[in-house]
Design a protein around this ligand. Structure first.
Ligand code: OSB
Ligand code: MG
Length: 377
């Protein structure tokens, strides 16, 4: 049990799932594609003691990982939700074991677990941060900067984020759009905390160009190779001075333990969605803390629901590196919560309300909904 004090059980009566499509403030380009609209699934747990909210962070297409919206929608409605509804009284800490027979689909499981957890904690009057073990009331805020049209644009985009107060910049890179781009940002802004994210776009054959990044004194390079290239990441790490951080490869506590044992990563990006939930995320946090491995909280363009939960997670003691926990307006002009995360002195506040600590804006939720399904016991 990764938490100090478990939550009370809930009597689960149903689930409402919605697909939302929310426009982004600007296109977001990574090595795997460009997004202009965030398609996401919002899960609402219906319990005898009130509702709880969760977010399934799949993308519209299986480009970041094998999961995608319609796949998550199908597995949640066909298998995961029925399995949870079979349990008459459900403790949030037993959601993962209830869903364990179903292989994979971690983002879908994570979103459902968060909805149950939120319902349970709201009913008890406990904030998620306190439940998870948060030790800070705000977290430093980093920003993930997409691949831009050209270097001049990239420098201006980074400048605007620095002016807003972001305390760490992450540049998305891909082969051919890496060295000159990183050099341009280093030249323009000197010793700012800077890191890069390749989203699996390289192979070991690119070792020489990846080693060129060593001269930029980066905090880390995130996921240069493919999800299952654990041994190749270990080989690469031995040839780079830049610390290797894994994102896509870390799908579970076991995957994290294996990666550390093999020397494949000296830093880990923790995303609750990717690993199957906030409780699995804490288990990885604890593992890394015991191993002396720094972790940081990644992002998946979360709405106000997941963004609030990520701020709580990032406030745990082992999160010693700045995460991708940016303000809501980094991605959205309109969010689905009434108090979207804002940047204050380069930080985002950990919500103190019950459960995830933010309230849903029912009109915004309705406006962005493109599909809806309710399952009742
Ligand atoms: O690799 O960290 C990633 C967004 C979607 C999918 C994968 C990643 C990202 C980001 C954005 O980098 C992080 C954020 O939400 O700010
Ligand atoms: Mg990443």
């Amino acid at each position: 049990m990764p938490v100090a004090r478990p939550a009370a059980s809930v009597a689960l009566e149903g689930f409402e799932l919605r697909v939302l499509q929310i426009p982004l403030v600007a296109p977001f380009t990574t090595s795997f594609g460009t997004e202009t609209v965030r398609e996401v699934i919002i899960a609402r747990a219906l319990t005898a003691d009130g509702d709880g909210w969760g977010e399934i962070v799949t993308g519209a297409a299986p480009l970041y990982s094998s999961e995608y919206t319609q796949g998550a929608w199908d597995v949640a409605l066909r298998w995961l939700v029925p399995a949870l509804l079979d349990r008459h009284s459900l403790a949030p800490e037993t959601v993962a074991e209830t869903l364990r027979p179903f292989v994979g689909h971690r983002m879908a499981k994570a979103g459902l677990e968060l909805a149950v957890l939120d319902a349970a904690l709201r009913a008890e009057g406990r904030p998620l941060g306190e439940y998870l073990g948060a030790v800070r009331d705000r977290v430093p805020s980093g920003v993930s900067v997409g691949i831009q049209r050209d270097r001049e644009t990239l420098v201006e985009v980074v400048r605007a984020y620095l002016d807003e107060g972001y305390v760490r910049i992450k540049l998305k890179i891909k082969p051919g759009r890496d060295i000159a781009e990183t050099a341009a940002v280093r030249d323009a802004f000197g010793g700012i905390p800077l890191q890069v994210d390749a989203n699996s776009a390289y192979t070991l054959a690119d070792l020489d160009s990846l080693a060129e990044l060593d001269r930029f004194d980066l905090l880390l390079i995130e996921q240069p190779l493919q999800e299952d290239d654990i041994v190749d990441h270990a080989t690469l790490a031995r040839h780079l001075r830049t610390p290797v951080c894994l994102d896509e490869s870390i799908v579970s506590h076991k995957a994290a333990a294996d990666a550390l044992a093999l020397g494949a990563a000296s830093v880990i990006n923790i995303k609750a969605g990717r690993v199957g939930g906030y409780l699995e995320a804490i288990a990885i946090h604890d593992l890394c803390r015991d191993a002396g491995i720094p972790v940081w909280c990644g992002g998946m363009l979360e709405t106000g629901i997941g963004r609030a939960a990520n701020a709580a997670l990032a406030a745990l003691p082992g999160f010693t590196l700045t995460g991708d926990v940016s303000a809501s307006n980094r991605f959205y002009t309109r969010d689905i919560v009434t108090e979207p995360a804002v940047l204050e002195d380069g930080h985002v506040r950990v919500p103190t309300g019950h459960g995830i600590g933010v309230e849903i804006d029912p009109i915004a939720l309705e406006d962005f909904t493109v599909a809806r399904e309710t399952v009742r016991r």
